[in-house]
Design a protein around this ligand. Structure first.
Ligand code: BES
Ligand code: ZN
Length: 872
């Protein structure tokens, strides 16, 4: 292995040009046979070749230079640590020549959802059926076949799949030829060999191949065919929404980027076992079933939006990631940040009535600020050396903060100029690899501004500032100072050295001034009329703003007077909540602010209001019942009237946002013990229990289950469990499974936990029964006990290289809120390997620390405020 720029990478003596790969999977024994012929460009005189493999058995290795056999018995040295095989031979391959490396190998279709793996579904007669599929990103192509498994080592690929004649074979490209062959697998017999056309230059992590029994629908609405595939147990018509949106999105991206989609087809496949949400394999996108198939009769508005987001995200990757690829994993944000930003951009064009940019402020912006407010966060561009570190950076920093950085620069340059920069970037680097600097150059080119100068700091450093605003009335000016923001409120001088270029986005009665920037630690800024101003218009900047309590009250009034946008109002509430949670302000002040928003008309603002109440209730979850009840009463007081006004009946004419608005308020009121909504929930549930499937509207399903389980017992539990077992769509089943954990009795908690590890729940869904348990203290405690008791099983079931163990650790630990609990978690992991989830564990501990600090600072403050206002 070479260390270049601190990365562990393959030596540069040879470079792959073309792979000829044949794979023959057996869906009964789960073994597969493979042969790969790799054409190499020899860069330096060499007597060795190193490449990646993992869990493969190599049967034969042959090296040929031109037409001359160099070795058919080279020495093979395997390093488990770096997952590389070094092949050494006597004769030298001369620089400037080409050579071919041939390897015959076999592997196993694993059930870890990585590399070439098997996925199962039930056939009509109830037996298990299988398909073979792949998930290569980030570093599991090496599990499928020997390869140079790094994003910058792009090559062309010719793939052949050998399978039973009645199975569907798919890969990145369209089919070139099919012929009959003798099977190499045990038993022999005749099979078909499907060879696909040669791919363009591409990275290994984007390869895909699928063999199985699949149904398909197709559209010709786009220049090349767009298809959706699913296993026979699904209704393929549920793929229509994604298929049509897919065609529309490809067309839109081609135009917007002025760059043709270079492949001859676009297939999108619903895979029954899938570790992420979806994967952007070039021309063959794979999805978790719920993220591709959508049935508007049984699913609600938020599910539709999620499917739309995922489809557009993966299609955006066809350019950002697939056509132009980061040169190494530390540039992951160039993939994920872009795909995230683009999916919002196109969604806003297709569905302007969804107003997705408003929701961006409560969604991506808050996820980014929440994670990046922890000391255990990391810079957007983070050095990753090793395979096992890479999975951990698929997090809110790469996705959400990455996309926030793009949103910030796009607002600063103007969207049109930004897009022009993007077109230049794609054109210049098509089929190549880039670093962050290449993006800044293209944007500088297009705008004439020094983009690197203002943006570099945001991607190279961890964290973001809190901007404190004070006022000087006499001078008619505001004073602004920036400091590092930490949720744990323990900023040390060393943490606070980075000075960010802060785009102030000053909103006054005259409009927004996008030009003013704070480049130093602090500065004064003139404002004509101090009566009204707000910093960070629309919250396009990545920072929090701390105002004086007086100014915050004035802003609350300005909100009512219509002087602030939806983004401003939601963002301001989020900032106030976060600043209170971390000691920059008093929580009582936030409670008053929230209370003042009871006449707020907009959905997104309510969403943030309710989130902030929830975050107080979550931190207070281990406190006295009487205070918890008072907080519940506060929530009830805040949301009930609005919920009654909006109602919980859905009409055809209800808009997308209106539907979600009703849902949000209904759930929030009923969960806070509001009688009318709670009764309504039980009424719907009882009808549903008696067989009326239409009694619960899809938008309310999750809320109603949650409400009846939080207040009910075994009877409700069994009805919902039955729904999990028998419902037709993944969305309905997931909603049921996510709800079971809401039940609080120790008996039912045990059952929910047992479900998580039973055969009834696929590994991909293990987080679902766990999630509901986080809603109550009994559940949080039980999760932790359960995780400790089952640790060995969990590690075996969820290999640390993948993302799932990370999520389970987070789910089972970060519900805690005290020092003692934190200590317990630390003690448990002290002597264990935390490889593969150390980041998530550190973040959990930080989150507990933050809550603990909040409680000790503001426990009394909150109690007094609630008492003074008669909540207990
Ligand atoms: N490239 C990722 C999939 C991925 C995630 C691969 C983690 C390896 C490790 C894909 O583009 C993605 O980001 N999927 C998201 C959905 C998206 C809408 C945020 C996902 O899986 O949730
Ligand atoms: Zn992605």
């Amino acid at each position: 292995m070479d260390i270049t720029k601190g990365r562990e990478v393959l030596p540069k003596n040879v470079k792959p040009l073309h792979y000829d790969l044949i794979l023959e999977p057996d869906l009964e024994t789960f073994e597969y046979e493979g042969e790969v012929v790799i054409e190499l460009d020899v860069v330096e005189d060499t007597t060795s070749i190193s490449l990646n493999t993992l869990d493969l058995t190599i049967h034969e290795t042959k090296i040929v230079s031109g037409s001359k056999l160099i070795s058919s018995t080279p020495e093979l040295h395997y390093s488990e640590d770096t997952q590389t095989m070094k092949i050494t031979f006597q004769e030298t391959l001369p620089a400037g020549s080409t050579a071919t490396l041939t390897q015959k190998f076999s592997g196993r279709l694993n059930d870890n959802m990585a590399g070439f793996y098997r996925s199962s579904y039930k056939s009509e007669d109830g037996t298990n059926k299988y398909l073979a599929t792949t998930q290569m990103e980030p570093t599991d192509a090496r599990r499928a076949f020997p390869c140079f498994d790094e994003p910058a080592l792009k090559a062309e690929f010719t793939i052949t799949l050998v399978a039973d004649k009645d199975l569907t074979c798919l890969s990145n490209m369209d089919e070139a030829s099919e012929k009959e062959v003798d099977s190499k697998m045990t038993g022999g017999g005749k099979k078909k060999a499907v060879t696909f056309n040669k791919t363009p230059l591409m990275s290994t992590y984007l390869l895909a191949f699928i063999v199985g029994e699949l149904k398909m629908i197709e559209t010709n609405a786009f220049r090349v065919p767009v298809r959706v595939y699913a296993t026979p147990d699904r209704d393929i018509e549920h793929g229509r929404f994604s298929m049509e949106l897919g065609a529309r999105t490809l067309e839109f991206y081609e135009k917007t980027f002025n760059s043709e989609f270079p492949l001859p087809k676009m297939d999108m496949v619903a895979i029954p076992d899938f570790s992420a949400g979806a994967m952007e394999n070039w021309g063959l996108i794979t999805y978790r079933v719920v993220d591709l198939l959508f049935d508007d009769k049984t699913s609600g508005a938020s599910t539709k939006q999620r499917v739309a987001e995922v489809v557009q995200h993966e299609l955006a990757h066809q350019w950002f990631g697939n056509l132009v690829t980061m040169d190494f994993w530390d540039g992951l944000w160039l993939n994920e940040g872009f795909a995230t930003w683009m999916s919002w951009y196109s969604c806003n064009t297709f569905y302007p009535e969804w107003k997705v940019w408003q929701g961006y402020v409560t969604d991506n912006l808050q996820s980014a600020l929440a994670l990046d407010g922890l000391r255990s966060s990391h810079p957007i561009e983070v050095p990753v050396k090793r395979a096992d570190e890479i999975n951990q950076i698929f997090d809110a920093i790469s996705y959400s903060k990455g996309s926030c950085v793009l949103r910030m620069i796009s607002k600063y340059l103007g969207e049109e100029t930004f897009m022009e920069g993007i077109r230049r970037y794609l054109k210049k680097h098509a089929f190549g690899n880039t670093q962050t600097g290449d993006l800044w150059s293209a944007l500088s080119d297009a705008s004439g501004k020094d983009v690197e100068k203002v943006m570099d700091i945001w991607t190279k450093n961890v964290g973001y500032p809190v901007v404190t605003v004070t006022e000087d009335e006499k001078a008619s000016a505001i004073h602004i100072k920036q400091n590092r923001f930490l949720r744990t409120a323990d900023v040390k001088p060393d943490d606070d050295k980075t000075l960010y270029p802060v785009f102030l986005g000053l909103r006054t009665k005259d409009g927004v001034d996008e030009e003013v920037t704070l480049n130093d630690r602090e500065g004064n800024f003139k404002i004509k009329d101090l009566d009204f101003f707000k910093v960070n218009a629309d919250h396009s900047g990545i920072y929090r703003t701390s105002y004086t309590p007086e100014r915050l009250t004035k802003l609350g009034k300005a909100a009512k007077d219509g002087l602030l946008t939806v983004e401003d109002r939601a963002g301001m509430i989020a900032d106030a909540g976060a600043l209170a949670a971390s000691g920059y302000q008093k929580t009582s002040g936030v409670l008053s602010l929230l209370q003042g928003f009871d006449t707020e008309p907009e959905y997104v603002v309510w969403e943030e209001l309710i989130t902030r109440v929830a975050s107080i209730r979550t931190a207070w979850i281990f406190q006295d019942e009487k205070i918890k009840d008072a907080l519940k009463a506060f929530q009830r007081d805040l949301v009930s009237e609005k919920s009654h006004k909006l109602g919980w009946e859905f009409q055809e004419s209800d808009g997308h946002i209106e539907q979600q608005f009703k849902t949000l308020l209904f759930n929030s009121a009923a969960m806070a013990g509001d009688e009318r909504t709670q009764n309504a929930a039980f009424e719907m549930f009882n009808k549903f229990k008696n067989g009326d499937r239409s009694a619960i509207h899809p938008n309310l399903r999750s809320g109603v289950y949650g409400i009846v389980l939080s207040n009910g017992g075994a009877e409700e539990y069994d009805v919902i469990l039955k729904e999990y077992r028998s419902a037709k769509t993944s969305d309905e089943r997931n909603t049921a499974l996510r709800a079971v954990g809401r039940a609080k009795s120790s008996e039912l908690i045990k059952r929910s936990l047992a479900m998580a590890l039973s055969d009834e729940v696929k590994s991909q869904d293990i987080y679902l029964p766990l999630a509901g348990l986080r809603a109550h203290r009994e559940g949080i405690v039980a999760l932790w006990e359960w995780m400790q008791e089952n640790w060995e099983t969990l590690v075996k079931k969820l290999p640390p290289g993948l993302t799932m163990l990370s999520s389970v650790v987070a789910l089972c630990t970060n519900g805690f809120a005290s020092k003692e609990q934190m200590k317990e978690v630390e003690t448990f992991f002290e002597k264990k390997s935390t490889k593969g989830f150390d980041q998530s564990l550190k973040q959990s501990l930080d989150a507990i620390r933050a809550k603990q600090g909040w409680l000790s600072r503001d426990g009394e403050d909150v109690e007094k405020w609630l008492k003074d206002r008669g909540f207990f």
